[in-house]
Ligand binder design. Structure first.
Ligand SMILES: Cc1cc2nc3c(=O)[nH]c(=O)nc-3n(C[C@H](O)[C@H](O)[C@H](O)COP(=O)(O)O)c2cc1C
Ligand code: SF4
Length: 653
């Protein structure tokens, strides 16, 4: 079947301004933390070029700060100085040579300042001095002169992009950033020509567009990114978005639709919506919003697969689809879609762990399923090993599967042994938790890669590494995982105690009043608490930390916190369990050392992580043998580390 029969809408070309785009797939702007010193570098070019190479129609570069006061993080890419032009030029050419069109985001965050290079709070500016609750920022209102300066800095940044050969610029009025702060009747309390009426509030962004046009002419496409709804009681709804687009449409070449705001915990979840949100969940809102608009519309938000994107465009919800995490996770997605190889697409699972999760920790972008992402300079070419070997991989969890696929790709002869009947390991359990079913996609994707490789798979067989070496394998990769850790809990009675991982998938689940003790702050503690509460149990979640789900990426954590709250789950913080009797759980407050008691308890459930399955004694016996341990058997960590361990070990063979 030809590409046009498969995804006729997605694969058809579209013009934005004076630029023809080969298909409707957009890699929307996303901060990668790859640039250094605010400049485009080889890592960023390699990352974006990889998406261009496989046929992404439109690549929108990550936010570029237009002014010194735009530094919302310490690693922001900057466009406030002509020295940036050569870098953008190299980047544009690298992507354009593969046929992609390249736009850039022009950015001022206003009061949305997350952190700074020296760790001190900078002076933030906004339309008015209205505090930002998420980062706890009280901004200073911009003077009229500074407003003019910032408008001029948008135009100057656009001129630099144009000079560098970038084909369009996108102004961020989305997610509560400075233009949105002017648009918002709550944040903008000015009484000059930039505040009050809608016409006054829209003036700032309108003057930015006019200034860019005056500086660059009509060749440079101009787009506006805007939230169709900020998803916050104090944020803007669809009325403001519709009014803004209708007012500005004659001056724009396109609009890019998202949801949410950076200003609040609940609103920020929609900046990178986690797996709890349905595929293409903004489709209906986008369809309504665009009524009466003549502009090409890009819609973004959990559009992960070509068939979903095809539906979005066919149904009239948008003209193009942002498929950002889909492309972070699988840069070759457009080519695979074009060739009808949907099964071969490594679908993003919306876990948020290594993409936006890395961003929030100031780390270079990656993907838990595809650690090569963001590390293109090192892993772009996997290459064939100079010394092909017979490799045994012991354990078919994420680490073992990734190692096996990679080693096979490198030309080794690989056999994967899994003791259970099923591949997937711990990742199979994650998908059983509420709202986590998509996590199983990680296993499905790796199994698909295994199927397409030359790896021999042997299940239900236990082997020991030395025996495998005796059988003629040259190297054994041990990926046998972890077992559940049982913390020291003094028993002064018969209160039933279970491991969370043991309860998952078992029926019936315990009822009554259950204490879930979570020392990890990951998805297991909050997930089992939610699962038990949904089945009718009264749940107290005792966490050895500041709050529930402390180790989760913040958008995953905050959407989970909302569900825990709605289910009436009590959260006890700073808690360390030290004992149980027949119906009570005894804890210490880990900051103060004071004892705490939870009474009338029917069951204690432990979510306390794992212990490595390979002992130090085993390891000592293997010393000197060609054996490498990877994943949780080495030290229990998350799927991200397991898969990356697998990649690194296979690359070292
Ligand atoms: C790591 C990361 C950084 C992001 N930074 C930006 C940004 O700089 N500008 C922006 O408009 N959106 C940013 N976003 C949001 C994306 O453009 C996109 O709207 C979001 O990922 C949802 O789309 P998806 O479901 O296709 O991934 C970021 C997303 C991620 C994952
Ligand atoms: S880390 Fe998770 S959410 Fe991010 S791109 Fe990879 S699979 Fe998708």
């Amino acid at each position: 079947m030809s590409q046009h029969e498969l995804f006729p809408h997605l694969m058809s070309p579209l013009s934005i301004g004076q630029h023809q785009i080969a298909n409707r797939i957009v890699f929307t702007g996303h901060d990668t933390c790859l640039p250094e010193d605010g400049m485009v570098n080889d890592a960023l070019i390699a990352y974006l070029e990889q998406r261009a190479r496989y046929g992404t129609g439109l690549i929108v570069l990550q936010v570029s700060g237009v002014d010194e006061t735009a530094r919302y993080t310490s690693h922001l890419l900057m466009a406030n100085d002509d020295r940036c032009i050569p870098g953008y030029r190299r980047l544009a050419q690298a992507c354009q040579q593969h046929g992609s069109v390249v736009f850039a985001q022009l950015f001022h965050p206003g009061r949305e300042i997350m952190e700074s290079a020296d760790g001190l709070k900078p002076v933030a500016y906004s339309a008015s001095s209205v505090p930002q609750e998420r980062f706890r920022v009280m901004p200073r209102a911009l003077t009229r002169q500074r407003i003019q300066d910032i408008i001029a800095s948008f135009a100057a940044a656009a001129r630099r992009m144009h000079t560098a050969g970038i084909q369009g610029v996108e102004i961020l009025a989305s997610h509560g950033y400075l233009p949105a702060q002017f648009l918002s009747p709550l944040v903008n309390q000015r009484d000059d020509e930039y505040g009050g009426s809608f016409i006054n509030r829209v003036r700032f962004v309108e003057q930015i567009i006019d200034a860019i046009r005056a500086e660059t002419g009509t060749q440079l496409a101009i787009g506006l990114r805007i939230s169709c709804d900020e998803r916050d009681e104090q944020g803007m709804g669809s009325d403001e978005a519709i009014a803004t687009l209708q007012h500005l449409q004659d001056k724009l070449d396109y609009a890019s639709i998202v949801a949410g705001t950076s200003a609040s915990l609940g609103g920020s979840v929609h900046i990178v919506p986690p797996m709890i949100y349905d595929a293409a969940y903004l489709g209906d809102e986008s369809r309504q919003l665009r009524t009466g608009l003549q502009l090409p519309i890009i819609l973004t938000g959990r559009i992960n697969q070509p068939h979903e994107a095809e539906h979005v465009i066919r149904s009239g919800a948008a003209d193009m689809c942002g498929m950002t995490r889909a492309l972070i996770c699988d840069p070759a997605m457009p080519t695979k879609a074009r060739h009808g190889d949907s099964d071969g697409i490594r679908a993003c699972i919306g876990c948020n762990q290594a993409c936006i999760g890395h961003f929030h920790r100031g780390l270079p972008i990656s993907c838990i399923q595809y650690p090569e992402s963001g590390r293109e300079l090192r892993y772009r070419n996997i290459g064939i090993s100079a010394t092909p070997q017979r490799i045994a991989v012991l354990g078919g969890g994420p680490a073992g599967m990734k190692a096996a696929v990679t080693a096979s790709t490198r030309g080794h002869q690989v056999t994967l042994f899994e003791a259970s009947p099923r591949l997937g390991g711990q990742a199979n359990l994650a998908q059983l938790l509420p709202g986590r079913s998509e996590f199983g996609g990680l296993v499905t994707n790796l199994i698909e890669e295994l199927k397409r490789s030359e790896v021999e798979i042997v299940t239900q067989r236990r082997e020991s590494p030395p025996t495998l070496l005796e059988k003629g394998f040259d190297h054994v990769l041990v990926a046998t995982g972890a077992s559940a850790y049982h913390p020291p809990v003094e028993r002064m009675g018969e209160l039933p105690i279970s491991q969370a991982t043991q309860l998952l998938g078992s029926q019936p689940l315990p009822g009554g009043h259950i204490v879930v003790y979570d020392t990890q702050g990951d998805w297991i503690g909050v997930g089992i608490a939610e699962l038990l509460a949904r089945q009718g149990a009264r749940v107290t979640l005792a966490v050895n930390g500041l709050h529930a789900g402390e180790a989760l990426q913040s958008y995953v954590r905050d959407s989970t916190a909302a569900r825990l709250h709605n289910l009436g789950i009590q959260v006890k913080t700073y808690a360390r369990v030290f004992g149980v009797d027949d119906d009570s759980v005894y804890l210490y407050h880990t900051a103060g050392g004071e004892p705490m008691v939870i009474d009338s308890v029917d069951h204690l459930v432990l979510a306390c992580g794992g212990s490595p399955s390979v002992s130090t004694q085993d390891e000592a016996q293997w010393s000197g043998l060609p054996i490498t341990m990877i994943g949780d058997c080495l030290v229990p960590r998350s799927a991200e580390e397991a898969i990356y361990d697998g990649l690194k070990a296979a690359m070292a063979l």
